[in-house]
Write a protein that binds this ligand. Sequence first.
Ligand code: ADP
Ligand code: MG
Length: 369
Amino acid sequence: MATHQLIEKIAVIKEANPGNLMARHFDAAYFLSLDEHARQSLAEIIASGVENPDSQMGAYAMNPGDYDQFATMLDPMIRDSHGIAAGTAISQQHDWDTGGTRCDLAAIDERLRDVSMRVRVARNVATFPLPGAMSKEQRVAFERVAARAFAKLAEDPAFGGTYLSITPGSPNEIDAGEYERRVEAHQMFKDMSADPYLNAAGISGDWPHGRGMYVSLKEDLLVWVGEEDHLRIMAMQRGGNLSILFERLRSGLETLTNLLPPFATSPTYGNVTSCPTNLGAGMRASLHMKLPGLTSNGTDLTRLKKAAQDLGLAVRGAGGEHSGAGTGGRVDISPSARLGVTEAQIMRRLYEGAATLWAMEQTANPTPP
Ligand code: ADP
Ligand code: MG
């Protein structure tokens, strides 16, 4: 697209889609001040928001250095998205102190003893471009680096497990049936080539080459390879004890970090991620809960979203981002903040927010006597 066409298109998006942060913060004068090479790089970073006007962020970094090189545009977007005022220093502290077993939902209500809990962190290694700019060879080469680390991780009895690849011809390749089963079990990521946001950013390029998932013996520690970030490392289990869940991720992450090349980090933004929404802790901690009263049996999320927002929580459908509520009003709730909050704060926010929503649910949908 010619430069003037791009500038005009973004102006139209800004009018029609005020929620698109890329369009909101795009400054034509800044864009035109860049040399041709830098302009091309920035055009790739914002391509997803240009092709998908309904994007919330509308930009994905292609290289870890983009956050510094294009800070003039990206920093205001990051601040807008994370609610950090201009002029306020951004500081990303890390603190995983989960406080023993204190965050146990079962202590609030016995019925919360068996919810589905998941906490993931996004990580990218510093030695490869981010997924949007990787070549097919780089995707496959990174998968080999990761697979070697998983082979070592599997030797540790605390983890065990195996690496499952969907790269055609990989020695670890699984068949289509097993891939589908793992997707349905909410373990494996969906076919990214069906996602217009990721397609426009180049993140789903060369699908399914260089993609796969490590799964621990107990299936409670999972690592995605080649999704939106190089790695999505997660703990997932049924239960109500968030402290135990977090401790599982903390120890898995620590062990794996020592087996991999160094991760890309920024002195300002903490962990570097493709999508600016994930910067910082890079963490999304979620609960799948049934809230039929607050969602009119899963048909209308408006009331729940409003209540959740006031608690610093976001609501997704039970099938992940951009999906609707599941049967019985099953939804995904998670703290929205990732940048400028510690891991322990994220956990407490989820625990306390879930407790409040659960109390609201009881009055919205009283159990018959
Ligand atoms: P993220 O972007 O944080 O990795 P997504 O919204 O893309 O998460 O969802 C990825 C997958 O994880 C989906 O299958 C979703 O249903 C599943 N998932 C998310 N949270 C939970 C949870 N608490 N319990 C079970 N599955 C979950
Ligand atoms: Mg996702």
